[in-house]
Design a binder for this molecule. Structure first.
Ligand code: PEP
Length: 251
């Protein structure tokens, strides 16, 4: 499986800025990417098409979207369907990012519906899970992860192609805070996610990627990527500048 370096640009960058950053990144990384690595950019909806253009022909670069609504079409003002994302050039999308769960109020049940619908529609899905600091302090790490994973993959066919379903462990207390989880914490959480996937999906779980996300930077990326059961990283703040993200991707 390819190690995945995913750049979540959140609600940053105009379409023109996104196109320029993507083009800069391709220039910095092309020809230098280690074998078995791939890079995904997840810009805002309005920047999908321009970023797709900037990535055209760039080997091992993928386009992803940050969100979608689990319906083909209809009276869902403000929402975007998986089909629209595929048409814009995206091949993956996030589901269950902590900002959607905890700022926008998405429930475990909705995240599960989105994950299954996105996959059924032809997108790959990066399902994000992670505990809040009070949950960690209360010893609830595993129960939170188990609840989010079981609900998240509730309706996903058990024979799904493993490369199409990616899990991202993102402790909420490490997202955008500068506070990165330590190796022991990452190892423990990723081993648990892998064991849950194995219980649910059987042997194919070993080919599902588990990303770590939460304050990944150029100076901690290589140590994190080297850990057992870490198959890539999901990066927010440090992915916004092409130079900084290129140092993570090339680490
Ligand atoms: C994220 O947005 O998924 C994320 C991990 O953000 P940051 O890298 O800024 O913590």
């Amino acid at each position: 499986m390819n190690t995945l370096f995913a750049a979540n640009w959140k609600m940053h960058k105009t379409a023109a800025e996104a196109r320029q950053t993507a083009a800069e990144l391709v220039g910095l990384v092309s020809g230098k990417l280690k074998a078995g690595r791939e890079v995904m950019i997840l810009p805002s909806f309005t920047a999908l098409a321009p970023v797709a253009e900037a990535l055209r022909g760039a080997a091992n670069f993928l386009l992803g979207a940050q969100n979608f609504y689990p319906q083909k079409q209809g009276a869902f003002t403000g929402e975007v369907s998986p089909g629209m994302l595929l048409e814009a050039g995206a091949s993956f999308a996030l589901a269950g990012h902590s900002e959607r769960r905890h700022v926008l109020g998405e429930t475990d049940a909705l995240v599960g519906t989105k994950t299954a619908f996105g996959l059924e529609s032809g997108l790959g899905v990066i399902l994000c899970v992670g505990e809040k600091i009070d949950e960690r302090r209360a010893g609830e790490l595993k129960s939170v992860l188990e609840r989010q994973i079981r609900a998240g993959v509730r309706d996903v066919p058990r024979d799904i192609a493993p490369e199409r379903l990616v899990l991202a462990y993102e402790p909420v207390w490490a997202i955008g805070t500068g506070e990165v989880a330590g190796p022991r914490e990452i190892l423990e959480a990723h081993a648990f996610v892998r064991s849950m996937l194995a219980e649910i999906f059987g042997a194919s779980a070993s080919a599902m990627r588990i990303l770590y996300g939460g304050s990944v930077k150029p100076d901690n990326a290589s140590e994190i990527i080297a850990l057992d059961n870490v198959d890539g990283v999901l990066v927010g703040g440090a992915s916004l500048k092409a130079d900084e993200f290129s140092r993570i991707v090339l680490a």
